[in-house]
Design a protein around this ligand. Structure first.
Ligand code: P6P
Length: 334
């Protein structure tokens, strides 16, 4: 396969994508630069005494890992200087972050989870950076307000993730399909390795944390029993795979098909995953790859966040598998 860099790929698509402007290319360049820096740290984490927790608890009520903090600070530092943003929001920060006036301002808003699944770092399991890119409402000037940030997933102009695993991969969409790039450490470039990624119409794998089954509602229990039984469209039980790192579980689902589920339960009635920095970007990717993403009752991309760290239950993957979940939920109602 000829070596196609991310920049070359965007320029090739620029003609067709109204959002792939020079400003956007610059935004993606700095996002990629941050990803390379985070990847380098993660690969040597065990040697640099940056494993483990900081002893702090974040706005999500989760223990902050040292690498969470490093990735978060790296992204904020780099992206506030990229000249394409007017604001950003991090899973690790309680409030959104306006780009300081003394930095060049842009029209885009970046939402990110700096290091999703970071509790897995200490045991050397894949983690990832998830990003979602919105545009400021046309004509808006001056300080960004929260309501400009709280946009539904359907308003995203781009979304993707950087997966730190056996190889470091960048997977993203600008609304022109989903494309995967693998980091060549020798040259320090992400090179096109998975053009036009498409999710299978139906899969053979279901992915959910069954340790929560005691707390599920009847609809979720029936969904999981559907995939574990023979009454499904496969005619036999699906295999179970669960890494516990959304980027890893989603990436496998994107390539192999099937369904990833993080349902609500009696302890987390709104679900665990964050709508804006986890579910919505993955939903954009899933739909661009021919898949579906739902909260059981409606398309994730149509859900308007009521707060920055709004949570949601998530069913995402092959269209036929997500449709089965929606049919079951329709019987039970909200
Ligand atoms: P559990 C990581 O904290 C995360 O947000 C996702 O990356 C992952 O899919 C999920 O939570 C794992 O949650 O409750 O199964 O450990």
């Amino acid at each position: 396969m000829p070596e196609v860099t991310v920049t070359e790929h965007i320029l090739l698509h620029q003609k067709r994508s109204p959002h792939a402007t020079g400003q956007f290319t610059g935004l993606l360049y700095d996002l990629i630069l941050s990803g390379k820096s985070i990847s380098r740290r993660i690969n040597a984490a065990g040697l640099l005494d940056i494993l483990g927790g900081t002893g702090e608890v974040n706005v999500q009520g989760e223990n902050v890992q040292k690498m969470d903090q490093i990735a978060n600070r790296q992204l904020i530092y780099r992206m506030e200087r990229c000249g394409a943003l007017c604001a950003m929001a991090s899973e690790e920060e309680a409030d959104f972050i306006p780009v300081p006036d003394d930095f060049p301002q842009g029209d885009y808003i970046l939402i990110f989870d700096p290091l999703d699944g970071s509790s897995n770092i200490d045991v050397n399991i894949n983690v990832g950076t998830i990003f979602s890119i919105l545009r400021r409402k046309p004509g808006k000037k001056g300080p960004v307000t929260l309501d400009e940030v709280l946009q539904p997933g359907s308003r995203q102009v781009a979304a993707g993730y950087i997966l730190y695993g056996p190889s470091t991969m960048l997977v993203f969409t600008t609304g022109q399909g989903v494309h995967g790039f693998t980091l060549d450490p020798g040259v320090g470039e992400f090179l096109l390795s998975h053009p036009d990624m498409t999710i299978p119409e139906q899969g053979r794998i279901y992915s959910v944390n069954e340790g929560n089954s005691l707390y599920w509602d009847d609809a979720v229990r029936e969904c999981v029993d559907y995939f574990k039984g023979c009454e499904n469209s496969l005619g036999k039980p699906y295999s179970s795979r669960y890494v516990g790192s959304l980027v890893a579980d989603f990436h496998r689902t994107l390539l192999y098909g099937g369904i990833y589920m993080y349902p609500r339960d009696s302890r987390k009635p709104g679900g665990k995953l964050r709508l804006m920095c986890e579910a919505a970007p993955m939903a954009f990717l899933a739909e661009q790859a021919g898949g579906r993403a739902s909260n059981g009752f409606q398309r994730i991309m149509d859900v308007v966040p009521d707060k920055l760290h709004a949570r949601t239950q998530l069913f995402i993957g092959s269209p036929r598998d997500v449709e089965a979940v929606e049919r079951i939920h329709a019987k039970y109602g909200k």
